[in-house]
Design a protein around this ligand. Structure first.
Ligand code: DGY
Length: 324
């Protein structure tokens, strides 16, 4: 008998084909969000799950799933998984690093350019029939080329963002808990700076840290106050890294010039004050959303599940202590 697994949300056909070769698959291709009770009910007799970032895997759930051996998140972020509880319950947890770096870095640049050049604001104005003629001072934005880019979080995605900055002749600063290797700094043409210095010098501050208790509100009122009034904040990391209320205040009172946002505190709900601001570009958590990238994320998560339930160490194991 094949082990039973649950796929919590819609995936691609090739993901289901791969899983179907190894497992008895129950999948929620209707793509409706499972309530915590429904999630627990469906997972109770399963050995594994393919989850997404909105599925909370914690003590309360794990206590109801005695057969569970592996939870494989289709995301590089894993703040929806309580790793300690997974380890306690003997459940391997995995994520999908690497396959989304390029798409996420590309989208960060989409936000940088759209925000600097006021693209969505100008488009909304044009669509509203407001364009009566060309004007020298119409929708003036900020130069991206030659500006200083400050990258907060210099992991794989931060580095991919830095490499793309070379095409815009930018001066790149980065802040990371640990300095990256000198050869990587050279390759990324990036110079380390303490966070306060980066905030004070950068024309664009872009965030690429995971969300954790340590990074909760890493950017709040105090940090925003350190930025230049002409600076732009780009946020495609995780809701909660920025204090959204503080950001809205800073944008309202022009403490900073603008923001490009792909993630929000409490998403998919978000602070409706954002909608009243012209100096913000808003996106619904789509930085990694290209066909190839999302397909590869789902396939990588499925491969992690296949390895884990075959008794192997899955390639992207997050809680190696579980094997002890
Ligand atoms: C991730 O992989 O963590 C992304 O946020 C999902 O798009």
């Amino acid at each position: 008998m094949k082990p039973k697994v649950l796929v919590t949300r819609e995936v691609f056909d090739d993901t289901l084909e791969l899983l179907g070769r190894h497992f008895d698959v129950e999948s929620n291709q209707a793509d409706t969000s499972l309530s915590p009770d429904e999630f627990a009910r469906r997972l109770a007799d399963k050995a594994g799950a393919l989850t997404v970032l909105t599925d909370r895997v914690d003590e309360a759930l794990l206590g109801q799933c005695p057969r569970l051996k592996a939870v494989c998140n289709i995301a590089v972020g894993f703040n929806n998984l309580d790793l300690k509880a997974c380890t306690t319950h003997g459940v391997m947890a995995t994520n999908t690093p690497g396959v989304l770096d390029a798409a996420t870095a590309d989208f960060t640049w989409a936000l940088i350019l759209a925000t600097a050049r006021r693209l969505t604001e100008a488009e909304a104005w044009l669509r509203a029939g407001e364009w009566k003629g060309w004007k020298l001072k119409q929708f003036l934005g900020a130069d991206v080329h030659g500006a200083t880019l400050g990258i907060v979080g210099m992991g794989r995605i931060g580095q991919a963002v830095a490499r793309r900055a070379a095409g815009f002749d930018m001066n790149v600063l980065y802040y990371n808990r640990k300095r990256i290797a000198p050869e990587l700094e050279r390759e990324c043409r990036a110079t380390y700076a303490p966070l306060d210095e980066l905030l004070a010098r950068a024309d664009f501050v872009t965030l690429h840290t995971p969300y954790s208790p340590e990074t909760h509100h890493l950017i709040g009122a105090g940090e925003l106050a350190k930025m230049k009034p002409t600076a732009i904040l780009i946020h495609a990391a995780r809701g909660g890294v920025v204090d959204d209320i503080a950001l809205i205040e800073a944008l309202k009172h022009k403490k900073i010039a603008a923001a490009g946002m792909d993630v929000f505190e409490g998403e998919p709900k978000f602070n409706p004050e954002f909608l009243k601001l012209a100096n913000v570009v808003l996106a619904p958590h789509i930085a990694s959303a290209t066909v190839n990238t999302r397909r590869n994320m789902a396939l990588l998560a499925a491969r992690n599940l296949v390895a884990a339930l075959a008794g192997e160490r899955p390639p992207n194991l997050l809680n190696p202590d579980v094997l002890k």
